[in-house]
Design a protein around this ligand. Structure first.
Ligand code: PMP
Length: 419
């Protein structure tokens, strides 16, 4: 076996990063006549062939509706669907797959908590505490709930470097605080937040915590039981799975107490015109036919990531981030946003005198796919006093060549704008 010189692993027992990259058909294409450097992984990452093949096999020979049929295909579909739940549960360190509810994604998972838990537990005068670096999906649902109930949204601020001001946490946790929402890893700045500390401090005051793990599950070893999260949400398409699937993990006692979210088939024990009773968790929260195919795809993605090893992935991405940061820092006129000590592989930047959207468009002409905008974190942009950033976000299948091509394309931007 040849050891990829880029990989710092050098262990013949492990597959090289080069071989791993070759698992992703979408990466092997040209865009506008240049090879694709896909650096938009924080928005959505690509799927390996094994995930695509698993979904094809399911749809070709196993598909049927789940949980209700006695025939062979329905049993196969149910087995595959529940096996996927077990794999993903294990991937996040959930103590029990029954604590893991399939949702359409993180956004739906947060809204599930808002409707089912929030309406039963939040009332006028209560407070919900979120951080200044939340994605809109962990702000807007709480704002809507506050409007509905008369509760108040409070905000834990961050520093210029993009780190939470933890020294203010104790003061913001009051007797009125009923929920804390915190992002595990910021999608705009890459900051890895000390969620264990936040959870511990909130729990000292008896306050449950919802962690948005969208940008954590693709990049690091996550253990929801060890961190003691009450709710943990994430989306499949950011961790090499398909769109349309995600998960809400919650403590079993919370799920059992929570009223249902959607009503319909599958979530009931019995129905009469007078009254209905609910199925056990997690089915109580999974009304209607679920996203069977995407769930099976996500299960396969979790297996794929586990096979590589999340610690190995984190080391690889840390190396790529450091290298790419150095390359951009060396270019005059480039500003980097997000300077936290602990960062995942998100590199937000701008170029003096150029709108980030123009950066994104010119980079696309060079085959470099990045994202430009507010990244659904307008309060972060307001805090930094900028309208938007250009954001390159790396996955383990990226290479230093991708970082070089990013830097070269940024030089092209400067040339075009005469900077
Ligand atoms: N939280 C974070 C930190 C995210 O990055 C995203 C996606 N950009 C979301 C929540 C929402 O995820 P989805 O759109 O898959 O529901």
């Amino acid at each position: 076996m040849t050891v990829d010189t880029e990989s710092r692993v050098g262990n013949a027992a492990q597959r090289s990063w080069k071989a791993i990259r070759a698992d992703f058909p979408a990466l092997d294409q040209e865009v506008g006549g240049s090879p694709l450097s896909y650096l938009d992984n924080a928005a959505s990452s690509q799927s390996p062939q094994s995930v695509i093949d698993r979904m094809t096999a399911y749809q070709s020979g196993e598909h049927s509706n789940v949980h209700r049929g006695v025939h062979t295909l329905s049993r196969r579909a149910t087995d595959a669907f529940e096996a996927a739940r077990e794999k993903v549960a294990e991937f996040i360190g959930a103590p029990d797959p029954d604590c893991c509810v399939w949702t359409r994604g993180a956004t739906e998972a947060i809204n599930l908590v808002r409707y089912a838990w929030g309406r039963a537990n939040i009332e006028a005068g209560d407070e919900i505490l979120v951080t200044e670096m939340e994605h809109h999906s962990n702000i807007v649902p709480w704002q809507m709930l506050c409007e509905e109930t008369g509760a108040q949204l409070r905000v834990l601020p961050m520093t210029d470097r993009g780190e939470l001001k933890l020294d203010q946490l104790d003061g913001l946790l009051t007797d009125r605080t009923k929920l804390v929402g915190a992002v595990h890893v910021s999608n705009a700045l890459g900051t890895i937040n000390p969620v264990e500390t936040i959870i511990e401090k909130a729990h000292d005051r008896g306050v449950p915590v919802l962690i948005d793990g969208c940008q954590a599950t693709p990049h690091m070893d996550v253990d929801v039981e060890e961190m003691d999260a009450d709710f943990y949400v994430f989306s499949g398409h950011k961790m090499n799975g398909p769109t349309g699937i995600g998960m809400l993990y919650a403590r079993r006692d919370i799920l059992e107490e929570m009223p249902p979210f959607h009503g319909g088939g599958e979530m009931i024990r019995s129905v009469t015109f007078e009254e209905s009773t609910w199925a056990d968790v997690p089915q109580k929260f999974e009304a209607g036919t679920p996203a069977i195919l995407p769930a099976i795809g996500l299960g396969e993605a979790a297996s794929y990531l586990t096979d590589i090893g999340m610690e190995r992935i984190a080391r690889r991405e840390a190396d790529l981030l450091e290298y790419a940061t150095g390359k951009l820092e060396a270019i005059e006129g480039v500003r980097i946003f997000g300077r936290a000590d602990r960062k995942a592989s998100v590199l937000s930047f701008d170029v003096d005198g150029v709108h980030p959207h123009d950066i994104g468009t010119i980079l696309d002409d060079e085959g470099v796919a990045i994202r430009a905008g507010h990244h659904c974190t307008q309060p972060v942009m307001d805090r930094l006093g900028i309208p938007a950033t250009a954001r390159a976000s790396f996955a383990y299948y990226n290479t230093r060549v991708d970082a070089d091509r990013l830097a070269d394309a940024v030089e092209t931007v400067k040339e075009i704008f005469g900077r």
